[in-house]
Design a protein around this ligand. Structure first.
Ligand code: GTP
Ligand code: SPV
Ligand code: MN
Length: 603
């Protein structure tokens, strides 16, 4: 391998060398490898992963330099029940996180990590979250015994030598330790996807540390993503006065040439990646992709809200992605992509539910078994994903790597709700917008554990990701809003719902590229070009102002999308009190006031 193969020789920075050597002593790997990020190193990782059977090469003519990984059937999504916030003070983790005593957790982890890397290589990955030079960019080092994680982190973050240079120049760095928890004894043969039935995804916000054991899947293992860029970073952001949020980020240009930036928070598998790659169905509109999952935002010297995407890649949901729904994603995935838990066709290419209208007559499913359309199980796992660099996306904005970020004009919240919430509303104020974010609800998806379809409150789409007390998160949003309002630069806040359904289960709204019609209305509202109809949940579009030219609606579907039923909203507002209640005395009073106002407006 290229790069240094010694625990301490990889860096000139003493505290980093010391920590790496400490972890090596604890976990006893066969060797230590400092990740350089070179192309030669990437090729060696791929060779190793192919030999281990973790990945298989797809048809190089159809999809060059692309691979399929099949995970262990028990390791397919984030495990919220095994995710812990180990704050010194129990109350700081709040009611929405699993808390564990930091000392007890350290002792548990000490046991689990002892000798846990036996027979494996311990990789040291220096990485940056954010473009070099941005005021919110932060560094980290992930230690892992999974070459699949190294390959993925190479796409998802700025990792290797350049990141190490920043750390060696003096940057603070977050410590992140990951082990699949599957030590190999002498002569023992490995499995393609090593993992452990015991899983711990743990965060120590006070010391900015992450320890993850037992899983190699997604956010459990790619620690720059949810663990650092949301759970640890949200705690940093609270302390330092900025925001780390589960959001996508786009630049939209209207046919008249007006440029706006929109940040949108939807829960997992609720449409961020698709929104980020939107192909407008209204002629003249343009959408550029800046980020699809995580946004870091700060108030600049002029009092404007600026945003960057700390990541460099997409770990996107495969099912539902097609030439019709998301042609930009399909083009992004042309090659140099790692697919995990999708199905494989007879010509050795990928397939998943929703990719084509007709199902192939034969596939190898995500478990590696033969599959035909008669099978009762899906061919691709519902949380199967692609990992690919943002540089491959044809709509990526030239400013995606700009350390100054972009100025956010509109913030959008949204959930997956078959009833209740209309297609779009505009909040009455920042404070009302924070209320909409705090009380937002969505039907569960396969991205986490739990009953798919069950309606849950997911404040700011951050329920699994805020690294501190949820009530303090709301207060933090209110205080950021105060600063933005003082300068007259507070973005407008909206709530959307692409997922309203009819009695027969059909979606009332065509979604995807047609979501530009909602963007069109949002931008017109920002410019004061259109009026709105007040409702208990916020300002609704006047039907004539929503451009639905060219869409054929079933019966009254459009009406239903644009009206709210006061009785239903009142009932929902009463049910939303449960989420305000769980945050107890840390719920800002103004959110109770907004709840009371919503109910009052319903009568
Ligand atoms: P995470 O990566 O888990 O955070 O998910 P995400 O929020 O990026 O969701 P994504 O865009 O990957 O969409 C998840 C699923 O919702 C996919 O199956 C999409 O096809 C589907 N979806 C996205 N946008 C729309 C839409 O506008 N309408 C409908 N009906 N489905 C959508
Ligand atoms: C999500 O679940 O919101 C994801 C996938 O974006 S993961 O990185 O696994 O968290
Ligand atoms: Mn996500």
């Amino acid at each position: 391998m290229t790069g240094s193969d010694d625990a301490t020789a990889g860096t000139t920075r003493a505290d980093l060398a010391e920590w790496v050597s400490h972890i090596a002593k604890l976990t006893h790997p066969d060797r230590v490898h400092w990740v350089s990020g070179s192309e030669a190193e990437r090729q060696e990782l791929i060779t190793e992963l192919l030999a281990a059977g973790t990945i298989e090469q797809l048809n190089p003519t159809l999809r060059p330099d692309s691979y399929i990984a099949r995970s262990d059937a028990s390791d397919v999504a984030r495990v919220e029940s095994r995710t812990f916030i180990c704050s010194d003070n129990r109350a700081d983790a709040g009611p929405t996180n699993n808390w564990a005593d930091p000392d007890e957790m350290r002792s548990t982890l000490g046991g689990l990590f002892t000798e846990s890397m036996h027979g494996r290589t311990m990789y040291v990955i220096p990485f940056l979250m954010g473009p070099v030079g941005s005021p919110v960019t932060r560094a980290g080092v992930e230690i892992t015994d999974s070459p699949y994680v190294v390959l993925s982190m190479g796409m998802m973050t700025r990792s290797g030598k350049h990141a190490l240079d920043v750390i060696e120049a003096g940057a603070d760095w977050v410590k992140a330790v990951h082990s699949v928890g599957a030590p190999l004894e002498k002569g023992e043969t490995d499995v393609p996807w090593p993992c452990n039935s015991v899983k711990y995804i743990t965060h120590f916000p006070d010391t900015r540390e992450i320890w993850s054991f037992g899983s190699a899947y997604g956010g459990n293992a790619l620690l720059g993503k949810k663990a650092f860029a949301l759970r640890i970073a949200s705690a940093m952001a609270r302390d330092e006065g900025w925001l780390a949020e589960h959001m996508m980020l786009i630049r939209v240009t209207s046919p008249e040439g007006h440029v706006k930036h929109i940040a949108a928070a939807f829960p997992s598998a609720c449409g961020k990646t698709n929104f980020a790659m939107l192909q407008p169905t209204i002629p003249g509109w343009r959408v550029e992709t800046l980020g699809d999952d995580i946004v870091w935002m700060w108030v600049d010297d002029d009092g404007q809200l600026r945003a960057i995407n700390p990541e460099t890649g997409f770990f996107g949901v495969a099912p539902g992605t097609s030439e019709q729904s998301n042609p930009v994603a399909m083009r992004t995935l042309f090659g140099h992509t790692v697919f995990t838990n999708v199905a494989v066709t007879d010509d050795n290419d990928v397939w998943w539910e929703g990719m084509t209208k007709d199902k192939p007559a034969h596939l190898i499913d995500w478990r590696g078994n033969d599959w035909t359309p008669d099978s009762t199980e899906p061919a691709a796992h519902p949380n199967s994903r692609f990992t690919v660099s943002i540089a491959q996306c044809p709509t990526t904005s030239p400013d995606w790597d700009n350390p100054d970020g972009v100025v956010v004009d509109a913030i959008v919240f949204g959930g997956r709700r078959r009833t209740t919430m209309p297609l779009v509303v505009e909040a009455r104020s920042w404070q009302h917008g924070v209320y909409l974010g705090a009380t937002m609800a969505s039907e569960r998806t396969a991205a986490g554990e739990g009953m798919v379809g069950e309606l849950t409150r997911d404040p700011f789409a951050m329920a699994p990701f805020t690294g501190y007390h949820v009530g303090d998160h709301w207060a933090h949003w209110l205080s950021i809003g105060k600063r933005l309002e003082q300068s007259g630069h507070a973005p407008h806040i909206f709530h959307v719902n692409w997922f309203r359904r009819g009695d027969d289960g059909r979606f009332l709204w065509p979604g995807f590229g047609d979501n530009i019609r909602v963007v069109d209305w949002i931008v017109k509202r920002l410019g004061g070009e259109v009026g709105a109809k007040p409702s208990p949940v916020g300002n609704l579009p006047l039907p004539a102002d929503l451009n639905v030219h060219g869409i054929t609606f079933h019966g009254d579907d459009l009406d239903e999308l644009l009206t709210v039923d006061s009785a239903v909203i009142a009932e929902d507002a009463v049910s939303a009190q449960s989420v305000l209640e769980i945050a107890g005395d840390r719920t800002p009073q103004v959110l109770w006031d907004e709840n009371a106002e919503t109910i009052r407006l319903c009568s």
